[in-house]
Ligand binder design. Structure first.
Ligand code: SAM
Length: 230
């Protein structure tokens, strides 16, 4: 029997495209956004007490990955895209009902608006529910996961002098930690695992309203070339 759900709000996120979003929350603490609640949740009542909580669970729709036909097996990018696993063994975006979940830091609460950091969600993501993180219940000391047992290894991110100056200017203009956001996201090497980059090849992504361009002087090393208005 089908059920229907309605978003309680939408996330305004630093991430304007799927590329280069970390694979899980908390990996980029400088990734920030504002959850704008919709009526009737936009009154202060629905968030009363939430200021006593440091982190929240977001349940959301992978609205840019919804599909009619459910997949039983998926190829997680983490495994290089060449090994398939049962969908329920992964946190893949293509999944039954398209529901995602992330624990994110709650920076500030206002009536109708939650300021968040450490997000891994695209701009415009519909949020289905918000729940307080409860450490005694949500931390499982004995937990293990042999498929995803550690965060992705970080690679060094270097800057051209001009790109760093540009990023600092945009950070001041936006009031956002743009330098840290770029370093934290690119250190996770967003390039598809099957691609071996040549130094000539340019990569780019939009964070906030700035286009970030970089290349790989050699595989496993990133150099940011420019950070310019989109
Ligand atoms: N933490 C969540 C979970 O476990 O359900 C998301 C994990 S999923 C592997 C993370 C990826 O989802 C990000 O790297 C980004 O590319 C993608 N993503 C984020 N928001 C999305 C959205 N609204 N629609 C489609 N894909 C999205």
């Amino acid at each position: 029997m089908p059920y229907s759900v309605s978003p309680v709000g939408y996330l305004r996120s630093c991430f304007k495209e799927k590329f280069a979003i970390p694979r899980q929350p908390q990996l980029a603490p400088a990734a920030r956004g504002v959850l704008e609640l919709v009526a009737p949740f936009d009154s202060g009542e629905a968030v009363d007490g939430l200021e006593q909580v440091s982190h929240v669970w977001l349940l959301f729709l992978f609205h840019q990955a919804l599909e009619d036909q459910p997949r039983l097996k998926v190829r997680p990018p983490r495994l290089g895209g060449n090994r398939s696993l049962g969908v329920f063994a992964t946190r893949a975006t293509h999944r039954p009902n398209g529901i995602g979940q992330s624990v994110v830091r709650l920076e500030r609460v206002e009536p109708g608006r939650l300021h968040l950091s450490g997000i891994d969600l695209l701009d415009g993501t519909p949020i289905l529910d918000i729940k307080p993180y409860v450490p005694y219940a949500d931390i499982v000391d004995a937990a293990s996961n042999a498929i995803a047992d550690a965060p992705p290894p970080a690679i060094p991110v270097e800057w051209s002098a001009s790109a760093l100056a540009q990023a600092r200017e945009h950070a001041l203009r936006l009031g956002e930690p743009v330098v840290e956001l770029i370093e934290q996201c690119l250190a996770q090497d967003p390039r598809p695992a099957y691609q071996t980059p040549t130094p000539e090849r340019r990569y780019g992504v939009l964070f906030w309203d700035v286009q970030v361009r970089w290349h790989y002087p050699e595989p496993g090393r990133i150099r940011v070339l420019e950070v310019v208005p989109s």
